[in-house]
Design a protein around this ligand. Structure first.
Ligand SMILES: Cc1ncc(COP(=O)(O)O)c(C=O)c1O
Length: 411
């Protein structure tokens, strides 16, 4: 290949990159993290990840499976034993009649979202996404060529609320609604009545619902959050996405699952074949251990997150010029900063250098996220306590209130 040809490849002249792919926005969380990782002594609260390692019994199960040679292709839909275990797990939590034929194993929650969207969304379709939300949930339908309409939650005092009437009127002519509850980054959690009403709407208006429930077990007042699995019927146009990443601290394992009407399993099976073929067998063995023996781990994690949440309240609930939202679920605190505007990057980069704490910019999460910071509190308590005290001191010393001017923020 000549230099000219290599250059053409690099810059896309002569070869055409997909315009949808090139127009996708880079994640500003990554930009912040990439900078933060170059700085010494920074406590990283930017990613949605706990620092609790995957429990030993899960690692052991995967390691045993690997030693026994479970290194070959597996069924597209997942190992039957894991699908059965997931069906049992959901029956216990949600009293759903769904069985293993309603379950499909995926390679992560992210892959579950992609498969769900590929199943029901086509180019040109209108998709309503409730925001602020994990960016993948609007990037995936955009990648499929859909017209994404964001539906921001309403801010009432220090709470987020969903305006169901407004959602339904916006979604009447939509192909799908995408909802994440409990929500990243706000910690908002749909009530049982809201989940039931959205199910009813989907049923009567023939609108798909893709429900992301990866934080279903990150609740503080109950064993799990209200779930679409509780209300879904076999013929409903509803697909629930879940993951092992958060409940069992398995982010690096890349394992998730979908709960869906049996009738669409053959379609999803084809999509899995052409996306990833199957999830690795030894990873699924780890998942099987998690879902069958992992309840006490979830309980212990909940205790730690409860203490972590109390630290967030102690340090961040009364800073002038800021609002800390209610945190009924997840391990995120969402903090409104008056005057921050929709480009929080310079402020956060400065905070990383000076306060040695890194957070995620609210605008990364779509409409309604601007002017906010997301803080993941899934961090060791001693380290978190220190980081939050530094963050508090920084926020008090560097208010943005009358400060829309970036250069002034940076002074
Ligand atoms: C709401 C939400 N959905 C899905 C995911 C992706 O999960 P996974 O690690 O299984 O891909 C995340 C990860 O942070 C998330 O916050």
């Amino acid at each position: 290949m000549t230099d000219r040809e290599i250059k053409d490849m690099e810059y896309g002249a002569g070869v055409q990159l997909s315009p949808i792919a090139t127009q996708l926005k880079e994640s500003s969380i990554r930009t912040i993290a990439n900078f933060g990782m170059t700085q010494p002594d920074v406590t990283p609260l930017w990613f949605g990840e706990s620092d609790i390692p995957t429990p030993e019994f899960i690692r052991q199960a995967a390691s045993d499976s690997l030693s026994q040679g479970d290194t070959r292709y597996t069924p597209n839909n997942g190992a039957p034993a894991l699908r059965r275990a997931l069906a049992d797990y959901q029956r216990r939590l949600y009293h759903t009649p769904f069985d293993e034929n309603n379950i499909v194993v995926t390679v992560s929650g992210t892959n579950a979202i992609m498969l769900a969207a590929q199943t029901c969304v086509s180019a040109g379709d209108k998709v309503v996404v409730i925001t602020p939300v994990f960016p993948t949930l609007f990037a995936v339908p955009e990648l499929l060529g859909a017209k994404v309409v964001q539906h921001p939650l309403i801010q009432v005092d220090n709470r987020f609320e969903l305006d169901l009437d407004a959602l339904f009127s916006q979604a009447k002519d939509a192909k799908a609604i995408i909802i994440n509850s409990p929500a990243n980054p706000t910690g908002w959690c749909a009530s049982q009545q809201e989940v039931e009403a959205i199910c009813q709407f989907a049923r009567t208006h023939h609108v798909w619902v893709i429900a992301d429930e990866v934080y279903a077990r990150h609740t503080y007042e109950s064993e799990s959050a209200p779930s679409f699995c509780q209300f879904m019927k076999e013929s409903d146009p509803i697909i629930v996405c879940n993951s092992f990443s958060k409940a069992w601290s398995m982010t690096g394992w890349r394992l998730g699952w979908l709960t869906l009407p049996k009738s669409i399993t053959p379609t999803i099976t084809k999509l899995i074949e052409y996306n990833v073929s199957c999830a690795p067998g030894f990873v699924q063995a780890g998942g099987l251990a998690a879902v069958t023996q992992g309840e006490s781990f979830i309980e212990q994690s909940r205790e730690r997150y409860t203490q972590a949440r109390a630290l967030v309240l102690k340090w961040l609930s009364d800073i002038p010029g800021t609002t800390l939202y209610d945190m009924p679920a997840t391990f995120y605190a969402f903090l409104k900063i008056e005057g921050l505007g929709d480009n929080s990057q310079p402020y956060i980069l400065q905070m990383i250098e000076k306060a040695k704490v890194g957070v995620a910019p609210g605008e990364a999460f779509g409409q309604g996220g601007e002017g906010h910071l997301r803080i993941c509190y899934g961090c060791d308590l001693k380290r978190l306590n220190q980081a939050l005290s530094q963050l508090r001191a920084y926020l008090i010393a560097h208010p943005c209130r009358n400060n829309e001017d970036e250069s002034a923020i940076l002074k």
